[in-house]
Design a binder for this molecule. Structure first.
Ligand code: NDP
Ligand code: HSE
Length: 437
């Protein structure tokens, strides 16, 4: 029996330091849970002179990722450098060297997950990625183990802490987008390139991982409809509030008639719904299963310690399997690799939703009737209209909420309306979740 589980860390930044702290601070607790000590054996980073605020035993640090991978004392290689090219090489090299791998790198898994899962399956090593979605929330293990008996119908939620932090501060305190983004970066929540957070790309990466696990189908992340929060204005936040709604960036996935709907976009939700009340860096993911009904998982979606804890949970799971002599107990992508079935990803035009539409139009008689006429021509039914104030002859916002409508019809109607001479700016479209009333 092994007398310890050796951990090699590659990338000693925000998450890497969280992992080291959790392993060192909870060493006794972890040993009681695993049965042997789980020890940090090597750490690689490009900069090993920087003070990370952690007292490490001498000789742990190196600038050479290869030295970590090939150290015979390392059982589990933890990749925490981010990005795709070098990270992919590190992960595949570690797998080829027979090492178990843990990563928090959702971009890598969304783009190259298939190759990595197959390589790990072939080599008989584990690949853990609990930290890749939802920071400290155990959503991956919930899908692969906790809900393994259920048929999943849908999942949706807030899966990017940075954008939720920004939207929450804009909504509650009227802060400017850029100032809040800087705060999220300073707190260590944002990706190296924060456009990944605010343009919805990080959420799409995470949604691709969740779809894969929930529905047993590979999904091409480039085909997931992705829209971020950069075009959300204080005006739309205020109108949402007037309708009793809150704007959140959601990842949404549904299995409908044997096809998958997967999309990321700002969404208006009733202010009373559980997900609407999730603020700041917190994430929440609602899963709906045939047998279980609804469950919601909630917690910090980013940050050094919550994410570090999730990485350590994977290391512990692997350590326990090593000690029990178990191999690939849980398939890398939840379903057995040979039992995954490609499902059709529905194009966005095929989805149906409720819509919030804001038109910037000249305030004069007959304009509203023309907008309503075009919507009616495309079979779109209006549920409410809001025009505040009277500014005859000047541009005013006219806001319309629709009943359930098809995306294709809404887009076609907006294209017609945007061509009208009384329109000053293209219409704003935000999808609405909730009851059609
Ligand atoms: P950081 O940028 O804080 O840390 C990455 C570290 O890796 C840096 O110190 C970097 O050095 C170092 N590094 C880069 N290339 C190499 C290399 N070739 N060899 C050794 N070290 C290298 O990123 P995070 O810790 O925030 O993120 C790490 C991963 O975790 C990413 O995949 C991210 O998406 C994911 N993640 C992050 C979360 C968070 O809250 N921050 C939450 C969940 C997942 P240098 O700075 O000099 O480039
Ligand atoms: N940048 C990501 C976020 C980190 O803000 O959610 C957690 O995956």
């Amino acid at each position: 029996m092994k007398s310890r589980i050796g951990v090699g860390l590659i990338g000693f930044g925000t998450v890497g330091t969280g992992v080291a702290k959790v392993l060192l601070d909870h060493a006794a607790l972890i040993e009681r849970r695993v049965g042997v000590p789980v020890e940090l054996v090597r750490i690689a980073d490009l900069d090993i002179s920087k003070d990370r605020g952690i007292k490490l035993p001498a000789g742990l640090l190196t600038t050479d990722a290869g030295a970590v991978i090939h150290d015979p004392a390392v059982d589990v290689v933890v990749e925490l450098i981010g990005g795709c090219d070098v990270a992919k090489r590190i992960v595949l090299d570690a797998i080829a060297a027979g090492k178990h791998v843990v990563t928090a790198n959702k971009a890598l898994l969304a783009l190259h997950g298939e190759e990595i899962y197959e390589a790990a399956t072939r080599q008989g090593v584990a690949i853990g990625f609990e930290a890749s979605v939802g920071g400290g929330i155990p959503i991956i293990r919930s899908l692969t183990e906790g809900l393994a008996g259920d048929a999943i119908y849908s999942l949706y939620g807030i899966i990017n802490g940075t954008s939720n932090y920004i939207l929450s501060r804009m909504t509650q305190e009227g802060h400017e987008f850029n100032a809040v983004l800087q705060e999220a970066q300073q707190a260590g929540y944002a990706e190296a390139d924060p456009t990944f957070d605010v343009e919805g790309i990080d959420s799409a990466h995470k949604l691709a991982i969740l779809v894969n696990l929930a529905f047993g189908t590979p999904v091409n992340v480039k085909e997931i409809y992705t829209e971020g929060i950069t075009r959300i204005t204080p005006t739309d936040i205020a109108y949402a509030n007037a309708f009793g709604l809150v704007i959140k960036l959601l990842g949404i996935a549904k299995l409908v008639d044997g096809a998958i709907e997967a999309r990321v976009h700002p969404t208006m939700l009733p202010a009373t719904s559980p997900i609407a009340q999730v603020d700041g860096v917190y994430n929440a993911i609602q899963v709906v299963g045939e047998a279980v009904g609804d469950i919601v998982l909630y917690g910090r979606g980013a940050g050094s310690m919550p994410t570090g804890q999730a990485v350590v949970a994977d290391i512990i799971a692997i350590g326990r399997d090593i000690l029990a002599g178990a191999q690939r107990r849980v398939p890398a992508a939840s379903f057995r690799q040979d039992q995954r079935r490609p499902l059709r990803l529905k194009p966005m035009e095929e989805i149906s939703s409720l819509y919030y539409l804001r038109f910037m139009v000249v305030d004069r008689p007959g304009v509203l009737a023309q907008i309503a006429g075009e919507l009616g021509r495309f079979g779109i039914s209006i549920s409410s209209v809001l025009q505040q104030g009277r500014r005859a002859g000047q541009t005013v916002p006219v806001v319309i909420k629709t009943h359930q409508a098809r995306e294709r019809d809404v887009r076609n109607a907006l294209a017609e309306i945007n061509r009208k001479p009384f329109v000053s700016d293209p219409a704003t479209l935000i999808r609405v979740e909730g009851k059609d009333e």
